[in-house]
Ligand binder design. Sequence first.
Ligand SMILES: NC(=O)c1ccc[n+]([C@@H]2O[C@H](COP(=O)([O-])OP(=O)(O)OC[C@H]3O[C@@H](n4cnc5c(N)ncnc54)[C@H](O)[C@@H]3O)[C@@H](O)[C@H]2O)c1
Ligand SMILES: [Zn+2]
Length: 352
Amino acid sequence: MNTVHVSASGSYDIVIGQGLLPSIGERMKAFDKAQKITIVSDDNVYPLYGDVVKASLESAGYEVSVFVFPHGERSKCLTTYGELLEFMDEKHLSRSDMIAALGGGVTGDLAGFAAATYQRGIRFVQIPTSLLAMVDSSVGGKTAVDLSHSKNQVGCFWQPSLVLIDTDTLQTLPEAEYRCGCAEIIKYGILGNRTLFDEIRAVPVRDQAEHVITVCVSMKRDTVEQDEFDRGERMKLNLGHTLGHVAEALSDFTTLHGQAVAMGMAAITRIAFKQGICSEETLTETLDILEAYGLPTDMPYTADQMVDIMLTDKKVAGGTLRVIIPEKIGYCRIDSVPASELKSWLTSGGIR
Ligand SMILES: NC(=O)c1ccc[n+]([C@@H]2O[C@H](COP(=O)([O-])OP(=O)(O)OC[C@H]3O[C@@H](n4cnc5c(N)ncnc54)[C@H](O)[C@@H]3O)[C@@H](O)[C@H]2O)c1
Ligand SMILES: [Zn+2]
């Protein structure tokens, strides 16, 4: 078992290991005063892990209520958020009570935003069960829900009080979701950790999950402690995401996030190579590891289609696009591309 401590606007432990779910009740007892806890989970995850979490909390003396919503990004919306707040109110949760988010990033973002805003903010714990949530969304305090046409458009920064990562839950994660988590882990390697990159090249993530997750959350911790509110260094975590988000939007969100990030990382590295920013070896290593993890490396959209989407962002139209460019495995820099040069910039990397 490993523990990583975060000191941001809130300070908390991230505990990573096997067989941790039954210990959640005892661990939460450290938070004095809370008497009631609402478990928030989706209809895939709750049937798998809900009973053990609920039993652990009840045996620690908490009065537990359960809010289960239909799985998927569509539930990360104002409607479910409103239903959750009404539910907490019906259960008479007070400011000293808590929320436990049991599930993937959708659950964590939704439950975190409800915790941040119910009675001007109550504490919450993250119990991430997807690989993506374990290495990324459960740490750092970004909470949000989507609007009809824009992802994460309503939210705030609200740090959890504890993150409990039980790697045993990965056993039931669908293969495609596992690969999406691997895309984010590969991202951490490329943006700032050559050793991690080599380790996951040599041994599959699932065979060293506890170690890999510990390394990733430590990197995220370092970034969040330096730039909690995303004004500089934290932007580097967006490697592959700028073009990835465009691919996600063009697929009408049928392409999974991690797959789109893989396409985005491959595309940006091709551009970096063509512009002499990274070596051919860096490009080959990047494409090879993405392929080894069963992730896509071709961008199936044209530069015109991509530019159209990019220019719908008011910050980009008439201005510049901020991009994270790999210089080598383990080091990236933040660059700007003028809106007027976006098309030639994309085509320079082989996008038609
Ligand atoms: N807050 C942040 O900093 C941050 C960072 C990255 C992503 N996100 C958000 O995270 C979300 C994506 O997260 P995600 O990929 O975890 O999505 P998700 O929560 O929808 O989980 C993916 C799927 O896996 C299922 N699942 C999760 N754990 C399981 C398990 N152990 N066994 C079986 N099935 C399981 C879920 O029910 C769901 O169907 C997006 O909304 C994204 O915006 C937030
Ligand atoms: Zn991501």
